[in-house]
Write a protein that binds this ligand. Structure first.
Ligand SMILES: [Fe+2]
Ligand SMILES: [Fe+2]
Length: 334
């Protein structure tokens, strides 16, 4: 994290200083600007990872500064600080993708540190994705997995299952490669979800679930920014859509859901069922398949479920399927 630069913008010097002090021990480089003009000066000269701006300042408002920065330097992760009374502006900005997060004043130190650290992680993810070589993508996907201790190995196995179906369809190599990458990255939007929600023991309340439901949008946003292919973006964006239209984020249905996303949805769910989760034990491969079959037409495209069944039957000893076989053997019958 040591090369990262955080730019703080606030017209109150005392605020800039007290935030700077929070990062004393971290080795992060902190820059401070008293207004939008000074901030723009830094944006032009320095490589900034995260920009935190107050909203109400004399001259240009924080929200307008962030929109401007978005245009000239889109990789900089933008965080808005706002008074409680100004909350609608902040929520609006989030929904429009103008800012990554907002912080309500007076802030909680731990929240602020956590939010800025997440911002830096997001900056690094986009940077890494832009390089987009296979080894970097996989190690990134594994880093994301570490956030959720129950999903270790998940992205590898999802890719394995998805490629079984892609093979059955005889898709071109390039598409298969993108399906592999999309499977690895399908949950990369989880970087935006607080750990307290992700690792909660027990059911989520409605508000928490609303946050979870944002991860496809956040993830697709990251992938788009890194200029990844349409196939990869579709997988990230639509892996929670349902065949009957009751999924999220858009509720599109049937063949309106891109085929790569229909494939990964089955792979993702099958792996979730056949591995231990915080709230339940793993089902066997056979039981998992039974559950997938029972969700046909509601959750999953019937033709894709058929492909999955024939794909599973034809598992050979290739590298892609080893992790799948290991998991299925561990959990009994298939
Ligand atoms: Fe997901
Ligand atoms: Fe998943």
């Amino acid at each position: 994290m040591n090369d990262d630069v955080v730019l703080l913008v606030d017209d109150e010097k005392s605020i800039l200083n007290s935030i700077e002090r929070l990062f004393d021990e971290t080795g992060l480089r902190i820059l401070k600007a008293a207004n939008a003009d000074e901030a723009m000066e830094f944006v032009r000269k320095e490589n900034i990872s995260v920009l935190v701006s107050d909203n109400l300042m004399p001259g240009m408002k924080g929200i307008d500064l962030l929109s401007k920065v978005r245009v000239i330097s889109p990789d900089i992760v933008r965080i808005l600080m706002t008074a409680y009374a100004d909350l609608t502006t902040a929520v609006d900005a989030i929904n429009k993708g103008e800012v990554f997060r907002f912080i309500v004043k007076p802030w909680d130190d731990d929240d602020l540190i956590e939010t800025i650290k997440e911002g830096i992680k997001r900056y690094q993810i986009v940077r890494t994705l832009k390089r987009a070589d296979e080894a970097t993508l996989l190690s990134l996907a594994r880093t994301i997995e570490l956030k959720d201790k129950y999903t270790r190995g998940h992205c590898d196995r999802v890719a394995g299952y998805a490629l079984l179906m892609a093979d059955e369809l005889n898709l071109p190599e390039e598409t298969k490669r993108d399906i592999r990458y999309g499977s690895w990255l399908h949950d990369c939007g989880k970087i935006g979800i607080p750990e307290s929600i992700l690792n909660k023991n027990g059911p989520l309340d409605e508000e928490e679930f609303e946050v979870i439901k944002k991860h496809p949008l956040w993830g697709a946003d990251v992938a788009r920014q890194a200029q990844l292919s349409e196939v990869i973006i579709n997988i990230i964006l639509h892996h929670h859509e349902r065949y009957d239209g009751k999924g999220y984020p858009f509720g599109i249905k049937g063949t309106d859901i891109p085929i790569e996303a229909r494939i990964v949805a089955v792979a993702d769910c099958f792996d979730a069922i056949t591995t231990d989760r915080s709230y339940r034990k793993a089902a066997s491969g056979g039981k998992g398949l039974e559950i997938i079959l029972s969700m046909k037409e509601r959750n999953f495209a019937p033709e894709i479920v058929e492909l999955f069944i024939s794909g599973l039957k034809s598992i050979s000893c290739s590298k892609d399927t080893q992790c799948i076989k290991d998991n299925l053997n561990e959990h009994g019958d298939n």
